[in-house]
Design a protein around this ligand. Structure first.
Ligand code: FMN
Length: 477
């Protein structure tokens, strides 16, 4: 296994051992990415990172090797490195691109008796001129450079014992198989749990996920991929933007006429709807108060009633519990939970809280302050604000509430619920004289790190900032 710099990264070591990185032609200081000065012995190894430094060449206990390993881990954490299996750059068998900061290739012990199978979440596709194998479960993406490996993957679509695989002429090697097991692109079939098909892979929560839904979740959020994200307008130079208003269909129009002058006959709901806007700048001299937070949560998310049903299974079937909240939810599943990252709130200490919608209470969750700061910073970045929102609401989904029941449409239903809840938040915030803004991004890996909940069990599907708006109505726009 060799570690080497991504093609867009250059490293140079100064006379004093200082490491300077150039990323896409822009110089990045060592401090910015946490690179420590190197000794002369370690500095000598740095040029090898261009072509590929064999990891097994690093000797344990040797100072220069340990320094280089620290450097490699640091670069890997920043997504500046890739790993390769094969003899040379011209002869790579596979190239491993980390998708998660800090990814490090691991090779779990495999036994000849192990039954290996391709994960049902793994998929092969063309990317540019390359063939890649990916999985929403994997911490790295694998570029396949050798057609024999693709052939081995075909074989692994049904479980194979390692002993049988190793006897084949096209055996891809223990190292690669172990790597793929570590990335969950392959998995060890537990013979006691059946045939290696859907119910034999992973925990109950994973069994419930459809392939396209888990892929959609991991690729449309932050944290588990390395693709460009957000408003990047990648084809702005080639494809014109669509007009804001759809060109009308041909034919005679039936004019709907104008109502009375705006405001004269509007209902209270219409007024709130029309007053609603996104607020991105908040009045930090007069932060939102705990009682306003309580009123907001009570109005939008508190459980209103509970009941049990056997759905269409009849009396001997499983009992499904329901808990109704103020907004509508597909199938009355109510999968959404609210977590509050509090920066400034009168009467509530800054911290991270879960809203217990049954007890109408906030439950503090012990997490590292830097994680809360990271969440709040991400929200400021997404809204273009120079300071943190007073409160950031992270909307998570307990996916199993929906995936247990629905096939094909589960994740889409969850996102529709998020849209409904966002509008409910907007409307109620407006009614209470508060301000807020929906946010289109969420970091699912950070939330998993903060809470210890696996990303496929419960995780962020939306975010919303909330606080007291500044008095100038234009300030929020
Ligand atoms: C699903 C969704 C995601 C949004 N994401 C962001 C965001 O990430 N950053 C931001 O500043 N505004 C975001 N907005 C707010 C929109 O930019 C805003 O609703 C739109 O510009 C219309 O302005 P108004 O809400 O003031 O009427 C989002 C809105 C929605 C509904």
């Amino acid at each position: 296994m060799r570690a080497r710099l991504n093609p867009f990264v250059e490293l140079a070591v100064g006379g004093d051992g200082t490491v300077v990185a150039t990323i896409d032609g822009a110089t990045v200081s060592a401090g910015e990415i946490g690179l420590k000065p190197l000794s002369t012995g370690a500095a000598k190894l740095v040029p090898e990172l261009k072509s590929g430094l064999a990891l097994d060449q690093l000797s344990a206990g040797e100072a220069a090797s340990e320094e280089i390993e620290r450097l490699i881990r640091r670069l890997a954490m920043q997504g500046l490195l890739e790993f390769a299996l094969g003899h040379s750059r011209e002869d790579d068998a596979v190239i491993i691109e980390p998708l998660i900061p800090g990814y490090w290739p691991r090779m779990p012990q495999l036994d000849d008796a192990d039954l290996l199978a391709l994960s049902r979440f793994a998929y092969v596709r063309r990317r540019g001129n390359e063939l890649v194998i990916e999985s929403p479960l994997a911490d790295a993406l694998i570029r396949i450079c050798d057609a024999k490996i693709a052939a081995a993957l075909v074989l692994l679509s049904s479980p194979q014992s390692l002993a049988d695989l190793a006897r084949r002429e096209d055996f891809p090697g223990y190292e690669l198989l172990a790597l793929l097991v570590d990335c969950q692109i392959l998995f060890k079939v537990d013979r006691a749990r059946g045939d290696g098909l859907r119910t034999g892979e992973g925990d109950d929560s994973l069994i419930l996920w459809d392939f396209h839904d888990l892929l959609f979740h991991t690729r449309s959020t932050q944290g588990r991929h390395a693709n460009p994200l957000g408003s990047t307008c990648p084809y702005a130079g080639q494809i014109a933007p669509l007009p804001a208003v759809r060109p009308p269909w041909p034919g005679d129009k039936i004019a709907l006429g104008d109502l009375a002058p705006a405001g004269e006959q509007d209902s209270a709901v219409t007024k709130v709807l029309h007053e609603r806007l996104s607020t991105r700048v908040f009045d930090d001299q007069h932060p939102i108060t705990l009682s306003e937070v309580a009123r907001l949560l009570d109005a939008i998310a508190r459980i209103r009633s509970k009941w049990d049903s056997t759905l269409h299974f009849g009396p001997s079937g499983p009992v499904v519990h329901f808990a109704k909240r103020p907004y509508p939810s597909g199938g009355a599943s109510y999968p959404l939970e609210l977590y509050l990252s509090v920066s400034k709130c009168d009467g509530l200490a800054s911290g991270f809280y879960h809203y217990d919608a049954d007890a109408h209470a906030l439950v503090p969750i012990e997490v590292r302050q830097e994680e809360i700061d990271g969440l709040l910073l991400g929200a400021s970045f997404a809204t273009g604000a120079s300071v943190s929102p007073q409160i950031l609401i992270t909307i998570t989904a307990r996916f199993g509430r929906v995936t247990w029941k629905y096939s094909s449409i589960a994740y889409a239903l969850i996102l529709k619920d998020v849209g409904v809840l966002m509008q409910t938040l907007y409307i109620m915030a407006t009614d209470l004289g508060l301000g807020g803004c929906a946010i289109g991004t969420a970091d699912i890996n950070r939330f998993a790190r903060m809470t210890g909940l696996a990303f496929h069990v419960e995780g962020p599907v939306g975010q919303f900032t909330i606080g007291r708006p500044t008095t100038s109505p234009a300030a929020g726009r």
